[in-house]
Design a protein around this ligand. Structure first.
Ligand SMILES: [Zn+2]
Length: 260
């Protein structure tokens, strides 16, 4: 199974049944955008922080082709971001069969994207593919809640839905909770009190964390930073860091069909 580093789980120096150090899972990073020379050290820093799984998420067909060529230690999502919807989904079906692909995405709606009719067609196509292949959909919805709702019937046959980088309000969270969707939180959780309230109240078994890391001058976020997000979420829920890591590890594994 893909993991950044194989670490023994049993504590060799203790006989009280304790397990090894916490394992964290960054459920959303754009690893294909890093130069190969940057990627290795970035993954090493993640592993050193206890981040044992990273899901590399794609934003278009070209991006998906790069994602499936990433090192086998990372998990993959292939798909077409709404901002890239004009590229279409040609070739996505084949890319979805690549080893390590556990999700389709990111897919959804964005107010800055092309015509809604184009975004909707690409979204529906990806939902159909996810349903056929029994894969999760990683959902991107940015300032486009109404257009998304108008097409959300397409998610009915999708086995797992993950709303990524959730920064919206309690009304949207409740809509997702009713449908058993996962919400994934990123670094905004560290600074936004209203978002913290949403994360505190959301069903415990449907919480995920992520960094949405990508290279950008001045932005330093990388997969290792998911630990701070997970610990913050744990503090909001009354979970010690180890418990937060264990719960989020299990939720993430369940969401993406991985052994936990
Ligand atoms: Zn993203």
């Amino acid at each position: 199974m893909a993991a950044l580093r194989d670490r023994p789980r049993a504590c060799s120096s203790c006989d009280d049944g304790r397990v090894g150090p916490p394992r964290w899972f960054d459920t959303h990073a754009h690893l294909e955008r890093y130069e190969p020379g940057e990627l290795g050290p970035l993954l090493d820093r993640a592993a050193a922080a206890g981040v044992e799984r990273v899901l590399a998420v794609s934003t278009g067909i070209v991006s998906s082709r790069r994602t499936v060529r990433l090192p086998p230690a990372v998990l993959r999502a292939v798909g077409a971001h709404p901002l890239q919807a004009a590229e279409g989904t040609g070739g996505l079906e084949r890319l979805a069969t690549a080893p390590g692909v556990v999700a389709i995405g990111e897919a959804g709606f964005d107010a800055q994207g092309p015509a809604l009719v184009v975004q909707e067609a690409v979204f529906r196509s990806q939902c159909g593919l996810a349903a056929d292949r029994r894969l999760a959909v990683v959902l991107h919805v940015d300032a486009a809640w109404e257009p998304f709702l108008a097409a959300a019937d397409a998610l009915a046959a999708v086995p797992v839905v993950v709303r990524h980088y959730f920064t919206a309000d309690a009304v949207q969270a409740a809509w997702h909770a009713e449908r058993g969707h996962y919400l994934s939180f990123g670094r905004p959780l560290l600074r936004d009190p209203a978002l913290a309230a949403v994360a505190r109240d959301y069903p415990a078994g449907l919480l995920l964390v992520e960094t949405d890391a990508y290279p950008l001058p001045g932005r330093t976020t990388e997969p290792a930073d998911v630990v701070a997000v997970g610990e913050r979420l744990g503090a909001l829920r009354g979970w010690a860091p180890d418990e937060a890591a264990a719960r989020l590890w299990e939720n993430s594994g369940r969401a993406f069909g991985l052994p936990v």
